[in-house]
Design a protein around this ligand. Structure first.
Ligand code: DAH
Length: 342
């Protein structure tokens, strides 16, 4: 009986040819739908046409359709796995890298001690309610100096041997000399009370055993009501005891920074065998103080209503004390004999 359909054998031959020539999974899916689609797939229609046949004929015709159906299904299946393999082979090694894969137990890598320390800092201050913020490493003169109450042309700007990197839109740009401009960025965007820390890279023209042209700092700021030096000292000492050692030897000295008044410096004592030549000497690790009213005004906070403190720690210096590392350059040389010790 003529069903108006493409005859089975012809359908089979044409389809197998198309399946074997198809170049993408999407085109293969289209062919599959044309053949087996629930309403109008060619094979489906052939199946439906069985209804009109007499019993005996239906059985033999049904068998024929079924065997062609499974031949076509197999052809689709094998073309699909061929296309999948081809796609996998064309992926670059990078695409195949499984970053969730567990590394082997032995000889596995680990974070460099600086980012590792930064995450500890974030955790310890996080427990004391401090938010974490980041800022740009290329700063404007305004954020690196002006808004922090450095007077224009004042000698205080020379305290930090700045890398000037030219101007953009008529404004001078610097590689930030400290993380303090992030205080300004954060305080402009948040209403007090708040507590925040901001770790990151800073840059200065400076190089010797304890100075490097690029190094890391983390800044902290806490603004609230009735905040005093007592809170500043409590927060800094608690964090240092946690990050370095519970029986740490420290002292605070009077210092000068344009953005704090009064200003202090925190020193910690070197200890341990590896730094024999420095044993018993103090190393300056942080500047700090009560935020200057001019700075609060610069960020739109009323200094009569709010007070606060800020501090900036040198990360490498803390690690030098913690692990008795005698020279700051060891952090950046990438020497595995050094890196594997931590
Ligand atoms: N930014 C200063 C520096 O790099 C350190 C510092 C001092 C940060 C006092 C502060 C602060 O937040 O209050 O030398």
């Amino acid at each position: 009986m003529d069903t108006g359909l493409v005859p089975l054998n012809e359908l089979k031959e044409q389809s197998i040819e198309r399946i074997n020539a198809v170049q993408s999974q999407e085109d293969l899916n289209i062919i599959e739908k044309e053949l087996f689609g629930r309403k109008s797939g060619f094979i489906t229609l052939h199946m439906h046409s069985l209804r009109t046949l007499a019993d005996s004929e239906r059985r033999s015709r049904g068998g024929e359709i079924n065997s062609i159906k499974s031949e076509l299904e197999n052809a689709i299946k094998s073309r699909r796995s061929f296309l999948e393999k081809k796609q996998m082979d064309s992926l670059s090694e990078e695409d195949l890298l499984d970053t969730t894969m567990n590394l082997p137990e032995e000889g596995h890598g680990h974070l460099h001690l600086i980012p590792e320390f930064i995450s500890k800092v974030e955790e310890v201050f996080g427990r004391m309610g401090f938010d974490v913020a980041y800022g740009p490493e290329i700063e404007t003169d305004e954020y690196n100096f002006d808004l922090l109450n450095f007077p224009k042309g004042h000698a205080a700007r020379d305290m930090q041997d700045t890398f000037w990197v030219g101007d953009k839109d008529g404004e001078e740009r610097v590689l930030r000399t400290h993380t303090s401009p992030v205080q300004i960025r954060y305080a402009k965007e948040h209403k007090p009370p708040f507590r925040m820390i901001c770790p990151g890279k800073v840059y200065r023209k400076d190089a010797d055993a304890t100075h490097s042209p690029m190094f890391h700092q983390f800044e902290g700021m806490m603004i609230g009501k009735d905040i005093s030096l007592k809170h500043l000292k409590g927060v800094m000492v608690t964090a240092m005891k946690e990050l370095l050692s519970p029986d740490l030897d420290f002292r605070f000295r009077a210092g000068f920074f344009p953005f704090t008044e009064p200003s202090l410096e925190m020193d910690i004592k070197w200890q341990g065998d590896l730094s024999k030549s420095r044993e018993g000497q103090w190393l300056e690790v942080a500047g700090c103080g009560m935020t200057h009213p001019n700075v609060l005004q610069n960020v739109g906070i009323d200094p009569d209503e709010w007070q606060g403190f800020a501090f900036g720690f040198g990360i490498e210096r803390l690690l030098m004390i913690k692990h008795q590392i005698p020279n700051i350059r060891l952090f950046y040389l990438g020497d595995l004999r050094f890196l594997r010790q931590f």
